[in-house]
Design a protein. Structure first.
Lengths: 565, 93
């Protein structure tokens, strides 16, 4: 069978599985719809959290990014895992003990303020829409490359599937489909990684292959071989970084703090029975995430080695650039999608792929997003694996999209309608409102998937920066400082968000030409500025609350109550 | 010990655990993987430079262990200081 048939089979089977689960797990109450009745087993919730968290960016883009960035890619590996330590130690158990359904619930009650609740709702909706647009685009890319349908049709199919199980099953349906999606995506990520590891290093375990020797008889370690290849073509050494230490520090911190403050991650910990289960569940989640996140740097190094060996091969002891008429079929396939671009600048018919330090002009541009998707083809793996990778990419994108859509629908039906505008809403009406909100959100997300706003890449910095500078400090202080009051928390959130947003908007939208290390404050890029926003938030909150009246007694009692076992 | 003293002792112990575990978290992710990565890279074992190994492999596994250790410590602590709210809690939504 050819690649396309295999892809249809793999994607079709996985979609049938998701629909079957959705029918089996229909939501019957708002408790089912928002938090799956709060009786999900911690291990199951951990698996669902892992699928929720690992988006198209983790599955499709991350290994490719590391492959091109080398050591600088560590910011994503550390930043997108380390936040779970903060979640498990500082947030999740207390939020679970507090109960209710959402982050705005906690912020609104703890700070006895509608303003605080509405700030939290607006942030939650903004952050989630930012994210979901990217997922739908990922769905479109996979469909257009592997199934030869155009992006619009691909996005519509993806929307249909998510619509079906998110609207019908709510959090309950999403939880159990996410478990299935985790299995699909981790299998789809590991199988090619193991095959390629065997091909390149002779080691079955990719993590060990990364630190082992290359199996080409040269006796060199993989990372040394890769450094050699990179250097020869004028790129930076793979194991060296090019970002400044302070910037790496701040970006990593912003990603970690943002992770711990993202509403679609936090909401997953409301689905277990009690606080102690929230802790262990975060541990399971990170373990399941770590399986992919420790494999990704290995895949990155293998992909880079394979790519460089394809464009620069050895003949009679001499290194040569590949001639354009000799390039393999994957090269032409991806060239057709515009994600690989070759321009024969010196008109010698050969493909010169060169880095910034080389004297020869570079003629090849490769989009980072294709490394994982093209990897099985580059390594000449069997067709069924290519189909499996397509199903895995879709599982990653759909599971994250569903989790985000649920946050949006909960924020609108529960926090905005029931919590502020129409407190008299009955449960049945609230459930219907949540379903309608989820349906509308799917359509908006689909629209952005088909017509992606050009700034999707830039707004991801926004999502993490805002979560780090607003939610994270507000929740942590709400738990660990009994003295923190409404005035302090609200002024801190406003200062944190305004500072972070202004910095990002200035460098990303108003003056993108100034977006270089020389112009940044202390050399901190817009991606890392959320960390500074968080520090400002803490300083402002603590000073303002010290100068104003302490919170009322019932709020202090609430804090005491969430702290005890 | 009465209830409120018990709760205070429990909370103090919890804060101690947090201080220790978060220090380890900070040292592995920020000091070993970022600030001192160049110095650690001079130490080699197998194909790895130590700093690079911390940044792309070891830190992630240490994060996982930190959470499981904290869970274990807290379960032990809760057993010691258990209050009667425990039974109530399981019935909440």
């Amino acid at each position: 069978m050819n690649v396309q048939t295999w892809t249809f089979v793999m994607v079709g089977l996985s979609f049938a599985l998701y629909i079957g689960i959705a029918i089996w797990s229909k939501a019957r109450s708002t408790g089912d719809f928002y938090v799956a009745g709060s009786n999900v087993h911690p291990l199951v919730n951990g698996m669902a959290t892992a699928a929720d968290w690992m988006s198209a960016a983790s599955f499709i883009s991350m290994a490719g990014l590391i492959s091109f960035m080398g050591r600088d890619g560590s910011v994503y590996l550390l930043g997108w895992t380390g936040g779970y330590v903060l979640l498990a130690l500082l947030l999740a158990p207390y939020l679970r003990k507090f109960g209710k359904y959402t982050v705005p619930d906690f912020v609104g009650d703890r700070y006895y303020s509608h303003v605080a609740r509405i700030v939290a709702v607006v942030c939650a909706i903004f952050v989630s829409f930012t994210y979901v647009a990217g997922q739908m685009r990922g769905v479109g890319i996979v469909f257009s490359r592997f199934l030869n349908v155009n992006i619009e049709v691909g996005v519509l199919i993806g929307m249909g599937i998510v619509f079906f199980y998110a609207v019908l099953g709510g959090m309950k349906g999403i939880t159990y489909t996410q478990v299935a999606q985790y299995c699909v995506l981790i299998f789809a990520f590991l199988v090619p990684a193991i095959f390629i590891s065997i091909l390149i290093t002779g080691n079955v375990i990719p993590q060990l292959g990364l630190m082992g020797k290359v199996a080409d008889g040269s006796g060199l370690y993989l990372l040394d071989r890769l450094n050699g290849l990179n250097e020869e073509l004028g790129f930076n050494l793979y194991t060296d970084g090019s970002k400044s230490t302070i910037d790496v520090f701040f970006i990593t911190a912003a990603l970690m703090l943002g992770t711990a403050g993202l509403p679609h991650v936090i909401i997953r910990f409301y689905t277990v029975r009690k606080a102690s289960e929230a802790r262990i569940s975060a541990g399971w989640a990170l373990l399941f995430i770590a399986i992919l996140y420790t494999t990704a740097p290995a895949v990155a190094a293998f992909a880079r080695t394979n790519l460089l060996k394809t464009v620069r091969y050895e003949q009679n002891g001499e290194l040569k650039d590949i001639r354009y008429e000799d390039v393999p079929s994957w090269f032409k396939n991806w060239e057709a999608t515009g994600l690989i671009k070759f321009e024969d600048k010196n008109e010698d018919g050969a493909v010169q792929y060169r880095g910034p330090k080389s004297e020869i002009e570079n003629e090849l541009t490769i989009d980072r997003d294709i490394m994982v998707l093209a990897n099985p083809e580059i390594a000449k793996l069997p067709n069924w694996i290519v189909g499996l990778v397509a199903a895995g990419g879709l599982a990653a994108a759909l599971s994250t999209a569903a989790g985000l859509l649920l946050v949006i629908s909960t924020a609108i039906a529960h926090d905005l309608l029931k919590g502020t505008i129409m407190p008299t809403l009955e449960e049945k009406q609230e459930l219907n409102a949540a379903r309608i909100a989820a349906g509308v959100a799917v359509c908006i997300a689909g629209y952005f998937g088909i017509n992606p706003p050009g700034f999707v890449g830039q707004v991801v910095a926004f999502a993490f920066g805002l979560a780090a500078s607003s939610f994270f400090p507000a929740i942590v202080m709400g738990i660990f400082s009994k003295r923190m009051n409404k005035e302090g928390a609200v002024s801190g959130m406003i200062v944190g968000i305004t500072f972070t947003a202004a910095y990002i908007i200035y460098f990303k939208f108003i003056s993108p030409e100034l977006n270089t290390p020389d112009h940044w404050l202390w050399g901190i890029s817009p991606e890392g500025i959320g960390t500074l926003g968080m520090v400002l938030n803490f300083i402002v909150s603590l000073s303002v609350s010290a100068l104003t009246a302490p919170p009322p007694d019932d709020v202090q009692a609430l804090v005491d109550d969430i702290r005890i076992p | 010990m009465d209830r409120s003293e018990k709760n205070k002792a429990y909370w103090r112990k919890n804060l101690q655990y947090l201080a220790i575990l978060l220090s380890i978290w900070f040292i592995t992710s920020y000091l070993c993987s970022i600030v001192f990565v160049e110095q650690l890279d001079k130490i080699r074992f197998g194909g790895y430079r130590l700093g690079f190994y911390f940044a792309q492999q070891a830190s992630i596994w240490i994060f996982v262990e930190l959470i499981f250790v904290y869970t274990w410590l807290m379960n032990r602590l809760e057993k010691k200081y258990r209050t009667d709210t425990e039974t109530e809690e399981t019935e909440q939504p």
